[in-house]
Design a protein around this ligand. Structure first.
Ligand SMILES: NC(=O)c1ccc[n+]([C@@H]2O[C@H](COP(=O)([O-])OP(=O)(O)OC[C@H]3O[C@@H](n4cnc5c(N)ncnc54)[C@H](OP(=O)(O)O)[C@@H]3O)[C@@H](O)[C@H]2O)c1
Length: 169
C-alpha cells in the first residue's frame, strides 16, 4: 500500500515562508539533507505551482508533479486531480511513497483529504512574525510522535504518524 508523507520546515512561530515568492533555501543544512534523502527515496514530489516557481529547476532524480489550474512547466507534470485520485495513479505507476512538498495550499489540500500517513517536520530556530502558515484552513488530526532528532543546537527534526482514526480534540 502506497504511503503519503508531508515534508516541511517551519519557523518556531509556525511559518513556512515570508510570502509566496520566498524560496525554502533559508532552512538548515540538516533539513536539506533530510529533504533530499526522503524525497529521493519516494521518487516523486508533489507541490503547488507557487512552490515550484520558487525552485531554480525541477528537483532532479524525482518525478515532479505540480498542482496548477492554469500553467504547465518544463520538467514537471501538471495535475488538478483530487489527492486520492493522484495517489492511486502514482500507486499504479509503481511508486511506494509520495512526498508532498508544499506549500501551504497543497499541504492543506492533502490533510483535508485525510490521505497523509506521516509528517516530517523541521523546526528552525527563527521567527518570521508574518507569513505563510504550514496549513491555511481548519484541520483536525491526531499525531503520534515517532522520533525527534536534534541536528544542531537548535534545529529539531520531528517525525509524526498521522492517526486519522483517533481524534481526541
Ligand atoms: N518551508 C517549507 O518547508 C516550504 C515547503 C514548500 C513551500 N514553501 C513555501 O510556500 C510558499 C508557497 O505556498 P502557497 O501555499 O502560497 O502555494 P502552493 O501551495 O505552493 O501553490 C498554490 C498553487 O497551487 C495550485 N493549486 C492549489 N490547489 C489546487 C487544486 N486543487 N487544483 C489545481 N491546482 C491547485 C494553484 O496554482 P495556479 O495558480 O497555477 O492554478 C495555486 O495558486 C512559497 O513561499 C514556498 O517557498 C515552504
Amino acid at each position: 500500500m502506497i504511503k503519503t508523507f508531508i515534508i516541511a520546515a517551519m519557523t518556531a512561530d509556525g511559518l513556512i515562508a515570508r510570502d509566496k515568492k520566498h524560496s525554502a533555501f533559508w532552512t538548515s543544512k540538516e533539513d536539506k539533507i533530510r529533504f533530499v534523502e526522503l524525497t529521493k527515496r519516494a521518487g516523486v514530489v508533489v507541490m503547488g505551482s507557487s512552490t515550484f516557481e520558487t525552485l531554480p529547476r525541477p528537483l532532479s532524480e524525482r518525478l515532479n508533479i505540480v498542482y496548477s489550474r492554469t500553467k504547465n512547466f518544463d520538467g514537471a507534470e501538471t495535475t488538478q486531480d483530487d489527492p486520492t485520485t493522484l495517489i492511486k495513479k502514482l500507486e499504479g505507476r509503481g511508486f511506494k511513497e509520495v512526498a508532498i512538498c508544499g506549500g501551504s495550499e497543497i499541504y492543506t489540500l492533502f490533510m483535508k483529504a485525510k490521505v497523509v500517513d506521516k509528517i516530517y517536520l523541521t523546526i528552525e530556530p527563527l521567527v518570521f512574525g508574518k507569513g505563510i502558515k504550514l496549513f491555511n484552513d481548519e484541520i483536525t488530526a491526531q499525531l503520534k510522535l515517532v522520533s525527534i532528532t536534534n541536528t544542531q543546537i537548535n534545529t529539531v527534526l520531528l517525525e509524526y504518524d498521522v492517526d486519522w482514526g483517533e481524534t481526541k480534540i
